[in-house]
Design a protein around this ligand. Structure first.
Ligand code: ZN
Length: 164
């Protein structure tokens, strides 16, 4: 960051507690830390935890399924984002959003927080233009449906270990 987003003055580097030199606006007397998007990614389990909800998003991958994901809005907790995104993308109510692990997505520069959640019912009501399809897949088979080496696969591995 080179300029203050509030007053457009050039930022200087100023020592900030134990953070080292941080961009600082002398007009506003304010530090500016790195800004980057924060997303959530969720493994949505069926109520019996035997199946996982996978989405088809043709604009993301034609051959692989994806997990529910979305950007955190200002003022929202990540747990709320998980429930909102699941409702938006699948039409289902989810509960018990639990943090599992975080990942940094180099391509988009976003911090991704991985969660699990439990679906209250198992009927999809797809209305979102973002989603082309959704299905329940046995937990043991879901891994092979996700892109190899993807953050989704890594999160699923951790989520399944926690479930054991
Ligand atoms: Zn300023």
């Amino acid at each position: 960051m080179k300029y203050c987003p509030a007053c457009a003055a050039p930022l200087i580097l100023k020592p900030c507690a134990d953070e080292g030199d941080v961009p600082f606006c002398e007009n506003c007397q304010k530090f500016y830390f790195d800004l980057f998007p924060v997303c959530v990614l969720a493994v949505l389990f069926s109520a019996d935890k035997k199946r996982v909800c996978l989405l088809q998003q043709n604009h993301v991958h034609r051959n692989y399924r994806v997990l529910t994901a979305g950007y955190v809005k200002k003022g929202e907790t990540m747990e709320q984002t998980v429930v909102r995104e699941i409702l938006e993308e699948t039409g289902m109510c989810a509960v018990d959003a639990k943090y599992v692990a975080s990942f940094f997505h180099e391509k988009s520069g976003a911090l991704m927080a991985g969660f699990t959640a439990i679906a209250v019912d198992e009927t999809f009501h797809l209305s979102s233009l973002e989603v082309d399809g959704a299905e329940w897949v046995r937990a043991s088979e879901a891994h092979a449906c996700l892109r190899p080496g993807s953050i989704g696969q890594k999160l699923l591995e951790k989520a399944l270990k926690l479930k054991e």
